[in-house]
Design a protein around this ligand. Structure first.
Ligand SMILES: *Cc1c(COP(=O)(O)O)cnc(C)c1O
Length: 368
């Protein structure tokens, strides 16, 4: 399916962006120096996109402008009540130099679902995609070409109205910034150790767990520190029913002895596009896939009995990461390891980097 077939906003007239070039843009050699070792989330490209929204004016003043600080009134609602959402998506450079992104319609629609939950306006998916094209048009040289490197795109939206009353803001800003990203795992994929958060949850029944909103991340930071104190890399949360939910920013998948992939399903889970894609690739290979509740006891017993043969986490930033250890206050369970997680990871990244046929039509070319 092409974007036009699925985008309900396809009939909208495109936005007319005003482009202001950054006169202090990095030189080619300064940029190359950054791209040699970009790390994650500390370097930014020369430009950013912003689009305003207001109750009376709808979406207006679309701009590409030099990357730089945002000026906000101290009473801006986002600073007080956290009315904010975001997305995470990557641009990949193929061997022939072309630039592609992966399933952007899915991110655009998820931004709309998050917007609904946070009482923010829904950015049309076609505008979302246009914002990515506009930024890559000026900053395409920032898409690195090294192994497992990418340009991480961060769309976000927040309440900027200066008003301390509590209601959905009448003025909102949408921004898109971009940050070159190095390989997540240097020297090969490493299994991660996971701390079970028993005292804290990231989401509540009827809460915002399924929206990509900063507040969920704020709620995950203290348990994440607890994970570090217990020598674990990441934290796993249980949902309001005590079932396995997800990590702070990645979904969880269990591989069963008979080849079935099981992933937790609950209203508080953020539905990852990486998870959806990985599960589709598994279905293509003939695996059965089930979305259902899995309790902590079922996880631990499944590992002990050998019914669970692999456990992995997935998300845009790290793609697929095997889980090597689950640690709690009074237990330490080594997780089984197997070939499926890494083989699905390789298939997915092969598609993203143009090394394998894109049979689902997931890639969208951004340059040219
Ligand atoms: C973004 C995110 C994920 C992963 O989603 P992808 O679309 O695969 O990147 C998983 N959990 C949470 C809480 C997230 O915010």
């Amino acid at each position: 399916m092409t974007l036009l077939d699925t985008d309900p906003d396809a009939g909208l007239a495109p936005l007319q962006f005003t482009v202001t070039k950054n006169l202090a843009a990095k030189s080619a050699s300064e940029r190359d120096q950054v791209l040699q070792n970009p790390g994650f989330g500390t370097h930014f490209t020369d430009h950013m996109v912003d689009i305003c929204w207001s109750v009376g004016g709808g979406w207006h003043r679309p701009r590409v402008q030099p990357y730089g600080p945002i000026s906000l009134d101290p009473a801006a609602a986002v600073l007080h009540y956290g009315q904010e959402i975001f997305e995470g998506i990557k641009a990949y450079r193929h061997a022939d130099g072309s630039i592609h992104t992966f399933r952007p319609d899915q991110n655009g629609r998820r931004l709309q679902r998050s917007a609904r939950r946070l009482a923010l306006p829904e950015l049309p998916v076609s505008y979302f995609l246009q914002s990515i094209r506009e930024l890559v048009a000026v900053d395409g040289a920032w898409v690195p070409n090294g192994d497992d490197q990418s340009l991480y795109l961060r769309p976000f939206m927040f309440a900027k109205e200066a008003f301390l009353g509590v209601r959905p803001a009448h003025k909102v800003a949408y921004y898109l910034i971009a940050s070159p990203a190095g390989a997540y795992f240097k020297g090969g994929v490493q299994p991660v150790s996971i701390w079970l958060s028993e005292d804290y949850a990231r989401a509540a029944k009827g809460g915002t767990g399924s929206a990509k909103t900063g507040g969920n991340y704020a709620a995950s930071l203290l348990p994440q520190s607890e994970a570090y104190e217990n020598e674990c890399d990441q934290v796993v949360f249980l949902d309001p029913e005590g079932n396995v939910e997800e990590l702070g920013g990645m979904n969880v998948v269990f591989v069963m002895k008979d080849g079935t992939l099981v992933t937790p399903q609950s209203e508080s889970i953020l539905e990852g596009i990486t998870r959806d894609s990985i599960l589709q690739l598994a279905v293509d290979r003939g695996h059965k896939v089930e979305g259902r509740a899995i309790s902590l006891a079922q996880w631990r017993e499944g590992v002990a009995s050998g019914d669970i043969v692999e456990v992995f986490a997935c998300g845009t930033a790290a793609v697929v990461t095997p889980i090597g250890v689950l640690k709690g206050k009074d237990f330490f369970d080594v997780q089984p390891s197997g070939p499926l997680a890494l083989s699905l990871r390789e298939e997915l990244t092969d598609i993203q980097y143009g090394r394998r046929e894109d049979r689902h039509g997931w890639l969208v070319r951004l340059d040219g």
